[in-house]
Design a binder for this molecule. Structure first.
Ligand SMILES: [Ca+2]
Ligand SMILES: [Ca+2]
Length: 219
């Protein structure tokens, strides 16, 4: 029988696989997941999850204003854009991950006619926009989905961003709060439109493998 050796590297990869399953979710210190809903052309809605009441009646959600959270991202979609390409009507996704390893989960929003935004979690449901400092704007690139994943195994989450027409954009974490785009050297899915990712060590060689459903070249 094939034996699977549990190593620290494998555990880290399992962690990020689980993290991918939690895309669109944020977990704060109270242990309850915070779902984020976002659609093309609409502002996001940041919902704080309250603990179930003593009656056990289930989870309660409480909306949080942008003025409180500092998360003011809006995914803009112009009519001309979706008339030119209906894929844009699928909207865009959010990546959640602790890119700076301070123990707080950060958020990366993908935009279509708006650039992407990275919000660093400063605690207490407060976030700061660090997009420009981090170098992950992806302006004019019709971003659809993203995921934080440590693809070079240096224990710092890197960033993959799917786009319409420009394939998968690849950013390596510089471990100082910034990222460097290395799409030209590593990029895959070139010229296609993708949205989601599936990431796992498919063949058990301790290296992560990637798959991203695509819709073919942009029409
Ligand atoms: Ca963080
Ligand atoms: Ca890394």
């Amino acid at each position: 029988m094939h034996q699977v050796q549990i190593t620290s590297g494998l555990l880290i990869r399992i962690f990020y696989s689980v993290l991918w399953c939690l895309i669109c979710m944020v977990i704060d210190s109270d242990g309850w997941a915070q779902p984020i809903q976002k659609t093309a052309g609409a502002t996001h809605r940041f919902m704080r999850t309250l603990s179930p009441g003593a009656s056990g009646s289930g989870l309660l959600l409480e909306p949080m204003a942008s003025s409180l959270t500092g998360v003011d991202f809006a995914n803009e979609l112009k009519e001309a854009t979706h008339l030119n390409n209906q894929i844009t009507l699928n909207g865009s996704g959010v990546a959640a991950g602790d890119y700076d390893k301070d123990g707080l989960c950060d958020l990366y929003f993908c935009g279509l006619d708006s650039g992407n935004r990275l919000y660093r979690n400063t605690g207490g449901f407060r976030f700061e926009d660090v997009t420009e400092k981090a170098g992950v704007q992806c302006a004019n690139r019709l971003s659809t989905g993203a995921v934080f994943v440590d693809f070079n195994a240096d224990f710092f989450p890197d960033l993959l961003v799917n786009s319409i027409g420009q394939g998968t954009l690849v950013f390596v974490n510089n471990r100082d709060g910034t990222f460097s785009e290395v799409t030209n050297g590593i990029g895959f899915n070139r010229g296609n439109a993708g949205m989601s990712f599936a990431i796992a060590d498919m063949d058990g060689d301790q290296y992560l493998d990637f798959t991203s459903p695509t819709t073919g070249p942009r029409h």
